[in-house]
Design a binder for this molecule. Sequence first.
Ligand SMILES: Nc1ncnc2c1ncn2[C@@H]1O[C@H](COP(=O)(O)OP(=O)(O)OP(=O)(O)O)[C@@H](O)[C@H]1O
Ligand SMILES: [Mg+2]
Length: 202
Amino acid sequence: LRAPNRDDTVLTSARELLDQTVEQASRAGQIIRATREFLSRGDVRRVQARLADLVRAVIDLMRGETVQNQVSIVTQIDPNLPPLLVDPIQVEQVVLNLVRNSIEAMSREPGSLRQITVAATASAEEPGFAEITVQDTGPGLPADIAERLFTPFTTTKESGMGLGLSISRSIVEAHGGHITIASNDAGRGVTIRFTLPFDSEQ
Ligand SMILES: Nc1ncnc2c1ncn2[C@@H]1O[C@H](COP(=O)(O)OP(=O)(O)OP(=O)(O)O)[C@@H](O)[C@H]1O
Ligand SMILES: [Mg+2]
């Protein structure tokens, strides 16, 4: 046995980087395939689901990323919110895309407060729909990006594909909901708002 030397360390981190890249590329491919399939079907596999459970699943799934980036996630979900009638995997994908964007935006800000708030209530404007917001404390959006935020391939990231938000819009609209920028403040971050249907049988 010998102590690991610098070359070993470099090799290990190169190997890890390569593994990560391969994993990310394959994950990106999977998401695009799943989304195409889902869009071409034109329908959604809808089941009754509690929003709080879907958000919890995403937070658990992203634990590594949030810890690594020193981000805390706060939830403010109305405990009396009726169950949704949605495709749970697709809804989790939307929440994951939004949370990941917020993590990425805040990680470019040195030393600042890094907090994401996921809140939900019944929508006042869209009866029968829940209104969900994902808010961060990041730098906000540049004006030119804000205009085409939900258009495919809009990205400011070197390794970004600019698909997260356009996929999210497809998913939300396939459920009959809407997704918009609720606020965009330099210094106070971005808030994205979207709506999803309640189970009307409830
Ligand atoms: N919370 C946010 N704060 C600041 N900028 C954001 C935020 N969310 C999105 N953006 C900007 O909008 C762009 C588009 O986001 P989108 O999720 O569609 O693509 P991406 O994150 O660049 O790539 P991908 O999601 O495919 O990995 C981002 O590149 C970024 O510039
Ligand atoms: Mg993204």
